[in-house]
Design a protein. Sequence first.
Length: 346
Amino acid sequence: MRAIVIHQYGPPDVLSYEEVPDPQPRPGEIRISVHAATVNRVLDVSLRAGKQGAREPILPLIPGVDCAGVVDAVGPRVTRWRVGQRVAAAGVMPLDPCAEGGDGYTGPTGMMGIKRPGGFAQMVVVPACAATEIPLELDFHAAAVVIRHVPTAWNLLVNVAALKPGETALIMGAGGNLGSIGIQIAKNVIGARVIAIAGSDEHVRTALSLGAHHAFNYNGTDLHGEVMRCTGGKGVDVLYDNIANPKVLPLAFRTLAMQGRLVTAGAHGGPNVTIDFSHLYHKRITIKGEPGHRAGDVAKCFAAVSTGKIKPQIEHVLPLSRAAAAHRMVESGEARGKIVLDPTLA
C-alpha cells in the first residue's frame, strides 16, 4: 500500500509518500481501507516538526491520529465487525487489553499516528473495540472530522463543565476546529447562550454564522468589557479554551462569574498563562483540563451531526500524496477549516 512515513523530524518535506507492506490484523483487530484522515495542528504538524517529544512518538512512523473508511479485513476473534462496514477510529487505542471479549489482545497500544501506525495510509489496523460505525447520512470526510474533534468538545462542555440550558459559555478560538464545534454544541445541543471570540473579523463572521449570539475580535477590543456588557455585568458560567493564548486568556478568565468553570484540552498558544488568583477564589472558580472523551458519547456526537445540530467545517480535501502541502497550509495559517486527506483520490 501507499502511505506517508516520517523517518526523521523536520519541515513538511520529510513526509515521505512511499510503498509499505500491507498491515495484517492481529487477533482482536480490524483493518480499515482509509477514505479520510484529518490534518491536525498539534498531533500531526507539530509532531512532524519534532515539537512533541513528550508524547514519545516511535519513528519511523505513519502519522494520522484519526481515520474513516471501510472494514476490509478482520482478525481472529472479531465478531462485531464484518467486511464492508463503514467505520471511524481516532486517538488513543485502549491501553488495557483490547479484544472484543476484553482480553487476549497482543498488538501495540497507545495513540494511532504516534505510538502505532496511523491513518495517513491506504490501510490501517486498529483494535476492533476502537472503531465506531458511521451513520449512513455521513460521508467519510465529515466522519473523520467528527471522530477527531466532536467527542472532545462534547466531553468538555457536557461532562466536564456540565454546561446547562440558559447558562452562558465563552468560546475561545472560535475560528478553529474545537472552537467551531464548541459553539454548535453549546447552542444547538445544550441550549446555552454563546459568546465567541476570535483573532480576526473573518473568524468572527464564521462564529456568528454557526449560531453564536455574540462574537467579536479580541484584537483592538476591550474583551472583558464586551463580555460583561453582553452578560449584563454577570459574567460567563463556562469558559471553553483550547489555546492558552497568554495575552487573551487572562482577560477572558476575569469574565468568569460566581462558580464559573474553565475547561480545556489544549495549550498550543501557550502553554504558560498567568491568571488572577483573587478572582479564582473570590468567584469559587473550577479549572479542569481533560483531553479525550468518554466512549459512550461518540454515538451521541454522530447523531447530533446526522440531525444537523453540528456541521463539521471542512476547507480542503486533498489526495494523500499532498500531505506535505496540507502541513504547509496548517503551519501558515492559510487553512481556516479542516484539511482532510483522502487516499482514494489520485
